[in-house]
Design a binder for this molecule. Structure first.
Ligand code: NAD
Length: 332
């Protein structure tokens, strides 16, 4: 019999890639989001547009059992959205409402196979002050002190999913994603994350030019290519484990190094002007020891391989935009 999956957040970056993956695997898929995917048509068999903060809408879209449910919908964005403090109330209210509604509806429909995407942002700020030695092992999450309200909401929701496991015998799985990137992700407009923002700036700048970067660029991160994220997420969902597990890369680089890798890919020599701006914690790296031990998962691609594909896609987006602009000017 054909397996069925529900993807909440199917219009977003990871959700739209996940729908493609599940279709390739032969699933019948229902996608749900406020919007359709921005960069390609959804391959979902059914796509519901609506607001998961509304209980009645959630009851409509979660009205039967599914073999797998992926809850990826959240109010999120890059550092410019999450770390300024200006969007805290919306971030917490919107994402918590979605998770509360989704779990209640899943429980009513006896769905017990729910995947929840938490984040590396739940880890305590006090363990991420040294860019060379950040601590992000799963058990280091408490005493809790995330550096953003986005992280606090994720931590609350992790506990919510685990509570349903304990009290209603559900089998919710939790992954803590670490900076997922790849083609067809937001690359402009303020919600884009570091890899996409730097790819865009480098694609838009001529050889020998200059780009701006928030902070001194010495802060460290690791970045996971979206296909690898899907491998880890589906593996966890189909396992007998609940998590939370880190799903990330252990290939830590500074943001300056990230920029220099992208410059090499682009074949451009560009200088960096460091300016004030939100940066998040000083250092962060995935620690995959637990998921490697318990699920035998670790990423297989290098950062350069993933960035080559991502830069090439963003470069073509920048080029298309430029062509449209020129066409408009010549028509006027
Ligand atoms: P995304 O913003 O591209 O996708 C999230 C989707 O949720 C969007 O399409 C958005 O429209 C939808 N959504 C938001 N509010 C909604 C609502 N009220 N009703 C219906 N849909 C709503 O983000 P993404 O990068 O694809 O991330 C997916 C999940 O993974 C999120 O939960 C995010 O917090 C988590 N995560 C992502 C990363 C990353 O690096 N991308 C890192 C850690 C955690």
């Amino acid at each position: 019999m054909t397996k069925t999956a529900l993807v909440l957040g199917a219009g977003g970056f990871i959700g739209s890639h996940l729908v493609k993956r599940l279709k390739l695997e032969g699933f019948w898929v229902r996608g749900v989001d406020l919007k359709y995917p921005e960069f390609s048509d959804s391959q979902a068999d059914e796509f519901y547009i609506g607001d998961l903060r509304e209980q009645s809408f959630v009851r409509n879209v979660i009205d039967c059992d599914f073999d797998e449910v992926y809850q990826l919908a959240a109010d999120m964005g890059g550092a410019g959205y999450i770390f300024t403090g200006e969007n805290d109330a919306d971030i917490m209210h919107n994402s918590a409402s979605i998770n509360l509604n989704v779990l209640a509806a899943c429980q009513k429909n006896n769905i017990n196979n729910v995947f929840y995407s938490s984040s590396a942002c739940i880890y305590p700020a006090y363990n991420q002050t040294d860019p060379e030695n950040p601590l992000c092992a799963e058990q280091s999450a408490y005493p809790a002190q995330p550096d953003s309200e986005y992280g606090w909401e994720k931590l609350f929701s992790e506990r919510l999913y685990l509570s349903y496991n304990r009290n209603y015998k559900m089998k919710c799985r939790i992954a803590r994603y670490h900076n997922i990137y790849g083609p067809e992700g937001t690359w402009e407009g303020g919600k884009e994350k570091a890899p996409a923002a730097i790819c865009r700036k480098i694609a838009e700048t001529v050889d020998g030019g200059e780009i701006e970067m928030w902070g001194d660029g010495l802060q460290t991160r690791s970045f996971l290519y979206v296909d690898e994220c899907l491998n880890g997420s589906t593996l966890l969902t189909r396992s007998d484990k609940e998590g939370p597990y880190n799903i990330g890369s252990e290939e830590m680089v500074s943001i300056n190094q990230l920029a220099s890798i992208i410059m090499n890919i682009a074949g451009k020599n560009i200088s960096i002007s460091h300016i004030d701006g939100p940066q998040g914690v000083r250092g962060r790296n995935s620690d995959n020891s637990l998921i490697l031990k318990e699920l035998n998962w670790s990423p297989s691609k290098t950062l350069i391989e993933g960035l080559e594909k991502t830069y090439s896609w963003i470069h073509s987006q920048v080029h298309d935009k430029e062509m449209k602009k020129r066409k408009k000017i010549s028509y006027n």
